[in-house]
Design a protein around this ligand. Structure first.
Ligand code: PLP
Length: 923
């Protein structure tokens, strides 16, 4: 780190930069302190190092007040050692702090907090031993106290709080004190170990610290209009502001105002508990622990552990339960060795003993689902044990019946399309914008969705449109603006149901940046918005200017006009599904269905039926337990983990795209590459690393039609002469790097809550090695060899096949073939193919295909054809096969195409069968 980056560490550009800079700065200070101590010890001149360490210490100290550790006392000792020129003590203390921060040692050992030499035992150290095989160390967290008191008393008050620790407390915490609204907001964002905030009425707004960029920083990250805070409401305004950033935190308020008067008002809704000023400190201490316990508790997992330890004779149908058929076996004892005893002891087919039933939960599963709803900001949550593939079918079947129309992204995961077959709903396919250069699709523009709705209105069938079904974010990271999409659609039909498939995006709830782009975040925002007086006024004005709110489906100008729903009619009806196993710590197939539906009382019965239809009567217990645990983790450390994964992604993006050698052959697609300008109103082009252009980023994420999730990195490898599949194989074989999605000329790299800086280093090293190899190979090639390479790159990067749009359903599957909307009866088409006599096969590379494209009769697909990648159907049952589709199929170079076998050919419905079915349906 040079002096320039040193001073950058002092800037408060983003939460990511500030939070991740901290550990780096301490490490850097440690290195310099050692150098200074070394020079001083050797008697050489060290005034330069003395100056440098001093400047760096000041830079670091700027934000240290946000954390309990190392705290004022240790910092004072460090400063004092510096001032007195005692390089040895300075170096020892800096090393102690830097080491403790890195190892997390301070969470367990009281000695880390003392300026004295290492290893000193302390009376305050009441922690159980943390040795192998011993009890687990108690979880540690920090509590923020926002207080009007005099800072000189804070250290004593912190010591008093620490003295309240008891050996049978379940957790340990340390207090952090700040004295203003601004400081509290900053600490809440930066200090990821905070689990609770105690707000003591009477503090002021402005920070007393010298942080010139703080105001701009807070403007970016918290929505508070400073000038409109009503007198006496600073504390409750702060509580709401902090909840916006970290909804999981427990907030307590100590006030002189009569708690019984305050308690009933909306103002204190975000507050967990109100205290009167003179309350017993012990009461607060116990409340703090109790609040964290609520999130720590995993009702199902906790009970399963207890169950596993009980001596039980089993006579139910599950031979492996308690390992009985395994450990005594001659032949499968290694099963027991490999999986361990616990997993077998925790197996049961009983629903007694507190194990509850997923199909009819009344006990621990019910409580685990309620905790999940709370954590993810939903009204209800259901666990799915067969992946989001099944969760999607459950939701589709719960909200649709035969004949209902679903406006759906054709690129949705195949589970949605199968859901329509099952439920008899008619898909109205809408198209995402194409990204032909990467051979992939983006997401569906709002204008396209509105067009579909208005068309249905114009044709008098809006009442049949039940659901809007979209993938958020897409595989490649396109995030919708669900607030905006739902608002404008609800203006056209106020009771629409939205299904947001957030298979990849479950983590997003816990990231303050991502949350605004989630289904549940948007449901909460819109609910608040439509209840507000401000919205009513805005709406009244809009209505007066827009034909008294009556929209005419034929009026094309509505497509480009911002539409507003009537607050008296609008219903918030949002469903989200997420593959918990894809972004959180759940076992494979662990999935959640989240519900925010004001009319759920109408859906509950069908939802239960759909759940029964698709859920095994022997759901996997370990899977349910892992969902419970994934929720616990996210509710307690999701903020920290999502911050880290986002920061890491931003760093990888920047490292690759600015590396002089790597960037010649590889490139991570930027928002500008991935989102056409018309959907990127802010004009944002890139995320400049973790110290990036945050004003622009926040503006883009708040308002742009689409934004790009930085944690999903499309790494373009075509310019290195590799296609996606080849490159994926190479990374796996040579570098032990696993990824799962590829396109023709790119692979998808995702950062996750488990990724570390070493993972990032591994990837970047691999790319650097490969770039050097290509460079050296090309330098040895003659002109011919270079031409071959260039031709390969050109074929990968520019001659990419056009992606085919959904064509249309064959007329026999349409109610009205003249209709402008494309919905059709997919279910009868699907079942028509069950009779082999109705089907014929046409070879892809045959003259017959070309002839039928030119002269008919129309070829109509008998089933789903789904190439992997990209993984969405290019043909659905009943769909007319066009020249585009054939051209795409012929160019397609992937091996796995579900629903198509090249030896047989394309499975079509016979023209004669179609003619008959048409004749019979018109009768
Ligand atoms: C993976 C995925 C699914 C299916 O989820 P599983 O948990 O694998 O069954 C559904 N939708 C999308 C968008 C996905 O990416």
């Amino acid at each position: 780190m040079n002096d320039a980056t040193e001073s950058k560490g002092m800037e408060l550009s983003s939460v990511f930069a500030a939070a991740s800079a901290r550990a780096g700065l301490w490490r850097h200070l440690n290195a310099m302190a050692r150098a200074w101590a070394g020079a001083a010890g050797a008697g050489s001149r060290s005034s330069e190092l003395h100056g440098k360490t001093g400047r760096l210490l000041r830079a670091i100290s700027r934000f240290e007040y946000c954390w309990a550790y190392p705290g004022q006392r240790l910092l004072e000792s460090i400063r004092a050692a510096h001032e007195s020129g005692d390089a040895a003590t300075f170096s020892r203390l800096v090393q102690k702090v830097s080491g403790a921060l890195l190892s997390g040692d301070y969470r367990q050992h009281e000695s880390a907090w003392q300026a004295g030499a290492e290893g000193e035992a302390s009376l305050l150290d009441v922690l159980p031993p943390d040795t192998d095989g011993g009890p687990l160390a108690r979880p540690y967290f920090e509590v923020l106290f926002v207080t009007p008191g005099d800072p000189s008393g804070w250290q004593r008050s912190a010591d008093d709080m620490r003295r309240m620790r008891r050996s049978d407390d379940q957790f340990v915490y340390s207090p952090v004190h700040v004295g203003s609204f601004e400081d509290a907001a900053l600490a809440t964002m930066l200090n990821t170990t905070l689990q609770a905030v105690v707000i003591i009425d009477g503090f002021g707004y402005e920070t007393a610290h010298d942080i010139p960029d703080l105001e701009a920083f807070l403007d970016r990250h918290v929505e508070v209009d400073r000038d409109s805070i009503e007198p006496g409401k600073l504390a409750t305004t702060l509580a709401s502001a902090l909840k916006q950033v970290r909804p999981e935190l427990d907030i307590y308020l100590l006030s002189d105002r009569a708690p019984e008067l305050l308690a009933g008002s909306d103002e204190v809704a975000p507050i967990r508990r109100l205290f009167h000023h003179i309350e017993e400190p012990m009461e607060i201490h116990l409340s703090l622990l109790d609040g964290v316990k609520d999130r720590y508790e995993t009702p199902y997992f906790d009970n399963l552990k207890k169950y596993a330890l009980r001596p039980i004779g089993t006579f139910h149908a599950l031979p492996i339960a308690r390992g009985k058929s395994v450990f005594s076996s001659n032949w499968i004892r290694d099963m027991g060795q490999f999986y361990g005893t616990n997993i077998l002891f925790a197996e049961s087919s009983a629903t007694t003993g507190g194990l509850d039933s997923l199909l009819e939960p009344t006990g621990t599963i019910k409580r685990a689902q309620e905790a999940t709803a709370r954590a993810f900001g939903a009204k209800r949550a259901y666990f799915g044990t067969n992946g989001t593939s099944t969760s999607n079918k459950i939701v589709v079947q719960a909200v649709c019946k035969p004949g209902d129309i679903v406006i759906v992204d054709r690129n949705c995961h195949k589970s949605h399309h199968y859901g329509f077959v099952l439920s008899g709903a008619q898909p109205y396919y809408v198209e995402a914008f194409p990204l032909t250069q990467y051979s992939m699709y983006g997401a569906v523009p709002l204008r396209t969705i509105k067009h579909a709705l208005l068309q249905c209105q114009a044709e008098g069938k809006l009442d049949r449109v039940k659901v809007i079904d979209m993938t958020n974010c897409t595989f490649d990271g396109h995030m919708y603006n669900p607030r905006r999409v739902m608002e404008e659609c609800l203006a056209i039909k106020p009771d629409l149901v939205f299904l947001w498939d957030e298979a990849w995006f479950g983590f997003a709830r816990f990231s303050a940046l991502h949350r605004r782009r989630t289904a549940m975040g948007a449901a909460a925002d819109l609910t608040r918005r439509y209840r507000s007086k401000k919205y009513r006024e805005e709406y009244a004005k809009w209505r007066a200017e827009n034909n008294d709110g009556k929209l005419d489906g034929k009026d094309a100008s509505l497509l480009d006009k911002r539409l507003m729903p009537d607050p008296d009619k609008v219903r918030i009806r949002v469903y989200q599904t997420n593959s918990t196993h894809k972004s959180m710590s759940a076992f494979r197939q662990g999935s959640m269905m989240l519900v925010w539906d004001e009319d759920f009382h109408h859906v509950e019965g069908p939802f239960e039926e759909a759940f029964f239809a698709h859920t095994s009567t022997s759901p996997n217990l370990q899977l349910i337990a892992s969902l419970d645990l994934a929720r616990r983790q996210m509710e307690l450390e999701g903020y920290e983990l999502t911050l880290q994964m986002t920061d890491l992604a931003l760093r990888i993006r920047q490292a690759i795209n600015t590396h002089p050698l790597i960037s010649k052959y590889f490139h991570v697609a930027t928002p500008e590459d991935m989102i056409p300008a018309e959907f990127r109103e802010s004009g944002i082009k890139d995320y400049g690393g973790s110290e990036g252009n945050w004003d622009e980023i926040v503006e883009a994420w708040n308002n742009d039609e689409f934004a790009l999730d930085p944690t999903r990195l499309t790494l373009v490898c075509g310019a290195a002469g590799f296609d996606g599949t080849q490159f994926k194989g190479m990374l796996a074989e040579r570098f032990d790097i696993q990824i799962n999605k590829t396109s023709r000329n790119s692979i998808l790299v995702q950062t996750n809550i488990n990724n570390t800086h070493s993972d990032a280093a591994l990837l970047i090293k691999a790319l650097a090695d490969l770039s050097r190899e290509i460079e050296s190979r090309l330098s040895q090639e003659d002109a011919n060899g270079k031409a071959v390479f260039d031709a390969r790159v050109k074929s990968l990067m520019t001659d990419v096949p056009d992606l085919p749009n959904f064509s249309r359903f064959n007329d026999s599957f349409r109610d009205n073939p003249k209709s402008g909307s494309n919905e059709g009866h997919m279910r009868p088409a699907f079942f028509m193919a069950y009779d082999e006599n109705n089907c014929e096969f046409v070879k892809l590379h045959s003259a017959e295909v070309d002839k039928r494209l030119a002269d008919g009769p129309e070829m109509v697909s008998a089933n789903f054809v789904i190439p992997y990648p990209p993984g969405f159907p290019i043909m659905v049952p009943g769909q007319v096969i066009t020249a585009d589709t054939i051209a795409y199929m012929r160019k397609l170079d992937v091996k796995e195409i579900h629903g198509y076998h090249s030896a047989q050919g394309i499975k079509c419905l016979k023209p004669s069968t179609l003619a008959e079915s048409k004749a019979s349906s018109t009768h």
